[in-house]
Structures are given as C-alpha cells and as structure tokens.
Design a protein. Structure first.
Length: 200
C-alpha cells in the first residue's frame, strides 16, 4: 500500500459544541488524537491544519500548518493542503473520530481523477476524501469570490465517486462518516454503538 500525506482539518470554531471539540476528551483522549491514530498507518506524514495551531503544540508525530485563509470553511483547509503537497492527499475532518481502516485502505487504493469521494445518503462526503493538489487554483478562485461551499467546488471537478453500497461492505454501520457537531451528537453515538471498539 502506498502511503499518502494526511491533512486533518481543525479550523472550525466548535460553536455548536460549546467548547473546542477537537480537544474534548472521549475515553480520556482528545477527539483529534483518534483522528491521528486512525490515519497513522496510512500516512507518510500527518498535518493538522488550523487557524490557531498553537493549541496543538503538545501533539507528537504531526506537523502543524496555519490555514492560509481565515475564511470559516473547510474549503480553506483543503486549499492549504493543496499548497503543502505535490501529490494526492487525504483529507479527514477533526470531528470524525470513527474512521475505519477498511474505508481508508479502499479510498487510497481507489483514487483517480481530481478527487475521490464517498456518496452517503445521497450526499458527497468531502471531509473523508482524496484530492489532487492541481485543484488549488479552482479552490482559490471560489474562495476569492466568497463561494465557500466545498460541494459547489466538487461540482467543478472530475470525481471518482464511491457509492454507499461499497462503503457499507467496508463499514456496515457507516460510522466512519459520523461527524460530531454537538455534545448531543457524541452522546447519541456513544449510546447507539459500543464506540470504544471503534477506537484504536
């Protein structure tokens, strides 16, 4: 398996979570550290992309890079990743702590075109995807026009879309695609699944 650079996007304000969710402890470990552990075996280098990188200084075995745009959108994080990679790279949201190895393995091996994304419940999943750095100019054009939607940009790209039926074979509960926006999201997920088994 070819290893790939991984960029964990941690640029959000955690407004709905009421505190910094990336550093919120789940089973005594900050949420973002699960994301790091999940991608570790697949990555030649792991980067955290954030607007305030100092708060992650204590985390080992990662590189910290400051978001090149202050605009509050994951699109700016993807643009920043484009500027720090010369070859295809993996994007994972810092609030997606349940990503499974089978999903990552298939995603990396399946990559082609300008981006490889899963389609779950009829929606594309841009924060568990692989992108080509050559899309940098397309993203910059949209950011400079204040078009902040990742999905708007995806419509301009040549996509390799992995359908939900494939994802369910790899991760029957589709828990890889759960992102934690609120403490209620976290509590609900913990109550429905024995989620501790999903952590490394």
């Amino acid at each position: 398996m070819n290893k790939i650079r991984a960029f964990i996007l941690a640029g959000g304000n955690s407004t709905r979570f009421k505190e910094d969710k990336t550093l919120y402890n789940v089973f005594d470990i900050p949420m973002i550290e699960y994301c790091i552990k999940n991608v570790f075996g697949f990555s030649e280098e792991i980067y955290i992309v954030a607007k305030n990188i100092e708060k992650y200084n204590h985390i080992k075995d990662v590189k910290l890079i400051k978001d090149l745009y202050q605009t509050q959108t994951p699109l700016s994080g993807i643009y920043t990743a484009c500027c720090y990679s010369e070859k295809p790279f993996l994007i994972v949201g810092a609030d997606m702590p349940f990503v499974q190895k089978n999903i990552l393995d298939f995603l990396i091996k399946s990559h082609k075109n300008q981006a490889t994304v899963f389609e779950i419940n009829g929606f594309l999943e841009p924060l568990l995807s692989i992108y080509e750095p050559s899309i940098k100019d397309i993203i910059k054009y949209h950011l400079d026009k204040d078009v902040l939607s990742v999905n708007r940009v995806l419509k301009k790209l040549r996509l390799n879309i992995i359908k939900e039926d494939i994802a369910k074979i790899l991760d029957k509960d589709l828990i890889s695609f759960y992102n934690i926006n609120t403490k209620e999201d976290l509590e609900k997920t913990l109550s429905v699944f024995n989620t501790q088994k999903y952590y490394i």
